[in-house]
Design a protein around this ligand. Structure first.
Ligand code: GLU
Length: 370
């Protein structure tokens, strides 16, 4: 199989950046229409197409004549609330011109991390796709903020999470540059273009600056992180220029355009869910317990040193700074059982859950993930 053989791709997630479709708070309508036409061609060639689009904050700022970068959480929320319907207005009109229906889905990490809301979300996404509708995602910036811990923060990573959730085989990040260079080509004319990236090594990561623009939060760095997240789901990523004509169709045909980040062996959904969930608490364990976990053993209460933070049973927590896991017990229950024998814990808590904190299938080590 050639590196650019996308013949088995069925679901494609396309991410469009703020810079591509807007400038100084104004939409660039020809660009948006060209991208929509390309998305429609992709769909008509038989792919399930999902779009993740930025631009709400910038367009909102433009609408209330706010110049420069949107500063502060509340202002960002305000601009997103104003700009999101404007953004969708343009997309709806552009898709309608091709007799296509699109739908808006605004997400926060709540929907992506929580198992129940996540299943709910996937049911609606699948139903939309079954009805031939193009789902258009954005982060719900008006309600999700870092302060309450529900923000992804940039649509590059958001699109990778979505690609993983919907089991997409290809993620296309459209931007204003043709792909990844060894160095910033704007500053170094000798920078080399990278067409294939089999693995996102620290060296590859270092080649990306953190540049964004006035209204976008992403840059090459978040795109590389996104590619890595996608790769764990067995999903290829292409970073390519949204200025090139028919770029999407050319990419799925396997043309040598953009930078191709190779997929890794696909982790199962649960492993990926554990890996990509945000955590707000830590179970600190001793050396012996670390060794046991590495040898595919369960975590016993006797191996716990202390609990940091509060969590529910079934919520993803950190294990020291080396792994993420899903305990069967909540933080209060675990605190009372610290250092105790498993059977004592079971007798004390008096219920039918396992007499271990979690089993080997409930833990994912971060070694290969970070
Ligand atoms: N969600 C933000 C918006 O629509 C963009 C985030 C980003 O730039 O990645 O404006």
């Amino acid at each position: 199989m050639s590196e650019r053989d996308f013949s088995s791709v069925k679901r494609v997630v396309v991410k469009v950046g703020t810079n591509l479709i807007s400038r100084s708070g104004e939409i660039i309508i020809e660009r948006l229409e060209a991208i929509v036409a390309d998305l429609v061609s992709l769909k008509k060639s038989g792919y399930s197409v999902l779009l993740v689009t930025s631009g709400a904050v910038g367009l909102g700022a433009g609408e209330i004549s706010l110049a420069g970068r949107v500063k502060g959480v509340v202002m960002r929320q305000t601009c997103a609330a104003i700009g999101q319907p404007i953004l969708m207005e343009y997309y709806r009109a552009a898709f309608a011109r091709h007799s296509q229906v699109c739908a808006q889905i605004l997400v926060t990490t709540n929907e992506l991390n929580d198992r129940t809301t996540y299943v709910n979300l996937m049911n609606s996404v699948n139903s939309l796709l079954d009805h031939g509708v193009i789902p258009v995602f954005n982060e719900n910036d008006t309600v999700s903020t870092d302060e309450v811990g529900t923000a992804v923060g940039d649509n590059d990573r958001l699109s990778a999470y979505i690609a993983n959730k919907v089991d997409a085989q290809l993620l296309i990040l459209l931007t204003d540059i043709e792909g990844l260079y060894t160095e910033d080509p704007k500053h170094n004319p000798r920078a080399e273009f990278l067409s294939e990236v089999p693995e996102i090594t620290p060296r590859v990561l270092a080649s990306a600056g953190s540049a964004g623009s006035v209204h976008s939060t992403g840059g090459m760095k978040t795109k590389l992180i996104a590619s890595r997240i996608a790769s764990y789901g067995g999903c290829s990523t292409i970073i390519a220029s949204g200025y090139e004509k028919d770029i999407l169709v050319r990419i799925v045909r396997g043309e040598d355009v953009g930078t191709h980040f190779h997929p890794l062996k696909r982790m199962n959904q649960r492993t990926r869910w554990i890996l990509h969930s945000d955590t707000s608490a830590t179970i600190w364990i001793d050396e012996g317990a670390v060794k046991a976990l590495r040898n595919h053993k369960s975590l016993l209460p006797s191996g716990i040193v202390r609990i940091e933070g509060v969590f529910r049973a079934g919520e993803v927590v950190m294990i020291n700074d080396i792994a993420k896991a899903v305990p069967y017990y909540n933080s209060t229950e675990i605190v009372v059982s610290i250092g105790k024998h498993s059977s004592a814990m079971r007798a004390e808590l008096n219920h039918s859950r396992p007499d271990v904190i979690f089993r080997p299938e409930d833990i994912v080590f971060l070694d290969h993930a970070e």
